[in-house]
Design a binder for this molecule. Structure first.
Ligand SMILES: Cc1cc2nc3c(=O)[nH]c(=O)nc-3n(C[C@H](O)[C@H](O)[C@H](O)COP(=O)(O)OP(=O)(O)OC[C@H]3O[C@@H](n4cnc5c(N)ncnc54)[C@H](O)[C@@H]3O)c2cc1C
Length: 272
């Protein structure tokens, strides 16, 4: 690991100003991705600006019809939150499926979204739920935020402060976990809000994406039957020896059916 200086700002304004003045400094949240990258000399920030305790980045609250989750909220806090459980239970479930208890107790929603790992879980929820990424300078719609593999619309020094999720009518997440890491080999988040259905896929491709054909099919009637005969090709999937593209494409179809079946279970429970 290269040398670096640890910086602990007292406020979001201080953190943002420090990052502005030091272009080689990086924000530090849970450190679950950044620190291993530094240990392997794949990242060499001059300073680590610790966001973990900034009050502006903490807390979960309702804001009208949206659920706002502070960027420094850990995966374990999301998984255990009664507010998230009441508003978007699928998000609790997703957070509880990330990695292991150690990672869940350190890793944060803001760090995960800013990092945009193609196999991370949160990007699927952020995109399917049509969330807004709130930063130190602006608000970015999910559709504009995820640009490519490990790439986002964030400008250098821009800090994610919160995620604002509009409350859906129904939502569900289905994930096929990598046996060793727990990351998504394929994860599908389906969200229905009024007449709109959005389907977001993580893990399978070079970045999170919406499966528009599935959305159109589910628009006619949000049931597993509506997906009958729907096919996604291997062309846009990641391909490696352990998980060939054709296998990932098939997994996307299976996970989509499972997520939609999860929606149905929720509906039945709600009407009992
Ligand atoms: C063994 C292991 C298994 C894992 N399995 C999974 C899994 O199954 N699913 C999954 O989704 N993830 C998984 N992860 C990743 C984990 O969820 C991390 O917590 C997450 O990727 C990064 O969050 P963090 O808070 O640790 O961010 P950090 O490591 O602190 O930062 C990551 C990057 O984002 C930047 N950053 C951090 N916070 C902000 C912010 N607020 N604004 C702007 N930029 C910021 C940093 O500068 C850095 O570039 C795993 C990690 C490990 C080590």
């Amino acid at each position: 690991m290269y040398n670096f200086v640890y910086v602990k700002p007292d406020s979001l304004a201080q953190a943002a100003e420090f990052l502005r003045l030091h272009p080689d400094a990086r924000p530090l949240s849970g450190g679950m991705t950044l620190l291993p990258a530094m240990k392997q000399k794949m990242a060499a920030p001059s300073h680590l600006v610790d966001l973990g305790r900034l009050p502006e980045l903490r807390g979960i609250r309702h804001d009208g019809d949206a659920l706002v989750i502070g960027a420094a909220t850990t995966h374990a806090e999301v998984a255990g939150s009664a507010l998230v459980g009441a508003g978007i239970p699928a998000l609790c479930q997703l957070a509880g499926l990330i990695a292991d208890p150690q990672v869940r107790n350190r890793g944060t929603i803001g760090g995960s979204v800013a990092n945009n790992d193609p196999a991370a879980d949160y990007p699927a929820a952020v995109l399917a739920l049509g969330a807004t990424v709130v930063t130190s300078v602006r608000r970015i719609a999910a559709d504009d935020f995820f640009v490519g593999m490990f790439e986002t619309a964030l400008e250098p020094g821009e800090i994610v402060t919160a995620l604002s999720f509009p409350l859906p009518d129904r939502a569900a997440y289905a994930k096929y976990r990598h046996a060793a890491s727990g990351y998504a080999v394929a994860g599908v988040f389906v969200a229905q809000a009024k007449a709109t259905v959005r389907v977001a896929v993580t893990g399978a491709g070079p970045g999170v994406f919406r499966w528009h054909e599935a959305e159109q099919a589910l628009q006619q009637g949000c049931s597993v039957d509506a997906l009958q005969g729907l096919h996604i090709g291997p062309e846009s999937m990641l391909d490696d020896a352990q998980t060939p593209a054709s296998w990932r494409a098939n997994l996307v179809q299976v996970m989509t059916r499972r997520a939609v079946a999860g929606l149905q279970v929720q509906q039945i429970k709600g009407s009992q």
